[in-house]
Ligand binder design. Structure first.
Ligand SMILES: [Zn+2]
Length: 240
């Protein structure tokens, strides 16, 4: 059975920090989604691959993913080779998503940038009938992007207010990465309490733009079709 959405990022936790609320909202509407991590997170300062796998699996359960798969494209030097591209092309064909979510291909972390480019290209190539892999050709309708360190003006914002509890629980499942007063591992930017406050503040800011408590912003190379522009702005702070 195909998924409606495939969320693909370099590292486990990239999805949780950026677009997990949207996945939860889609699930509540009966949509199915899967998560693909392109690397095992072996370069992380804190935790190890086994711990991060467990954390990622728990987060996926909290969000309600149909599956979560980890590939081995190389953390801290993600390799956008043709071989890796073909692995991704076949995975997209296998799951037949209508929408692909990935990192905006411009970010501070080169893995995020490379992941965004690789996923964009693979989603396109997946539609080429004469390119043979194990599964038949399938091209997703649209690839949309979330921002990590660098913020990009969103093409649209999703109201995720009702999903924040699950989103926060999924983020908290990454005990090895984020703030944990009990942890004796080296402190990083990510492990400071202020990091999670920043992540939530960003969701508040996106929410502010659309008149809700929390939102997640996305960039799309073409704008979504809106049937009723009046309804689309209804209830927001007037005068913007
Ligand atoms: Zn990352």
């Amino acid at each position: 059975m195909p998924v409606d959405v495939l969320a693909i990022a370099a590292h486990a936790d990239d999805i949780e920090l950026t677009c997990a609320g949207t996945l939860v909202q889609l699930k509540a509407r009966g949509r199915r989604f899967g998560i693909v991590d392109l690397t095992g997170g072996e370069m992380g300062t804190r935790g190890d691959v086994a711990t991060r796998q467990l954390e990622a699996r728990r987060a996926a359960q909290i969000l309600g993913a149909e599956f979560r798969e980890t590939l081995d494209f190389g953390d801290g030097g993600l390799v956008a080779s043709r071989a890796n591209e073909l692995v991704l092309i076949d995975l997209i064909r296998r799951e037949r998503p209508r929408l692909v979510l990935t990192s905006y291909p411009d970010d501070r972390h080169p893995d995020h940038r490379r992941a965004g480019e690789l996923v964009t290209d693979a989603a396109y190539y997946a539609g080429l009938r004469k390119l043979a892999t194990a599964h038949p050709a399938h091209r997703p309708q649209q690839t949309i992007y979330f921002s990590s360190a660098y913020v990009h003006p969103p093409t649209f914002v999703v109201d995720v207010t009702a999903a924040m509890e699950k989103r926060n629980a999924a983020i908290r499942s990454y005990g090895s990465q984020f703030h944990d007063p009990e942890s004796r591992q080296p402190q990083t930017i990510l492990s400071q309490e202020s990091f999670l406050a920043m992540v939530e503040a960003r969701a508040r800011h996106f929410g502010f733009l659309i008149g809700t408590e929390f939102g997640e912003g996305f960039v799309s190379k073409r704008p979504p079709r809106i049937d009723d522009p009046i309804a689309a702005f209804e209830g927001m702070e007037p005068g913007f």
